[in-house]
Design a protein around this ligand. Sequence first.
Ligand code: AMP
Length: 260
Amino acid sequence: MKLAAIAVALLLPLVAGATAAADDEFDFFYFVQQWPGSFCDTDRGCCFPDTGKPAAEFGIHGLWPNYAKCRPTADDGPEAAASIDMVVDDDGSHHHRRRQKCWPEYCNNSNNLHPWEIKDLIKDLDANWPTLSCKGGGGGSSMEFWAYEWKKHGTCSGLGQHDYFAAALDLKRRDGGLAGILAAAGIVPSEDERYLLSGIRGAIANATGAIPNLECNRDAFGETQLYQVYQCVSRDGRTLVDCLLPMSGKCSGTVKLPPF
Ligand code: AMP
């Protein structure tokens, strides 16, 4: 009995320490997928990776730990330097602004992505998480994009490198593909059609069982188009939940879904 009590006393701080480190970091994940047509038709354009033109399907952007409530940060000091420094209106009628940190990022800058850790996933990642960046002239490997996402967001996820990328791929597979979900609701890529934002959100909510957030951007002519779909995932990295946080998203009532 006495021995057991001593063992518990010795073990407790270890267990508590282990959970505290992961616990206070974030509340849920945003699983973010991107419509390549909307990435590519802006003023900046895009470049295809070394594996060629990606499929006309939403691609993964990232799996991002997020706080349920933004946290105020000091205006100076190391906290602020490490934070997003997002400026948010406290209240619509006031113009009092505060610096807020709404998600953790760069939780371990010495934790670089090791290609060999995700060796068995690379084919799957190339197909589902392609870079569209023109950095370095474009045409490069998507590995740089994955390494960036890992360093910025993955290191805060509490997951190891392999588990982090496998979790994102599993989430993407689960919904059978957002393009298919939208097509089944009559929402197909088009040069001139405009779709109700509520119709897009509803179609995804019906098919996945969870309400997503949507983000828009503008094409080269200034037209608003669906850019990214944010699905909310509980801390286990597996369970889809409703997105409850409002997001500005830069969308209007109707948006385009440009061909890719
Ligand atoms: P994040 O910092 O994780 O929010 O990601 C934003 C950064 O990712 C920006 O620099 C974007 O230009 C970049 N980005 C977004 N989509 C892609 C993509 N498909 N390929 C490469 N870079 C991207």
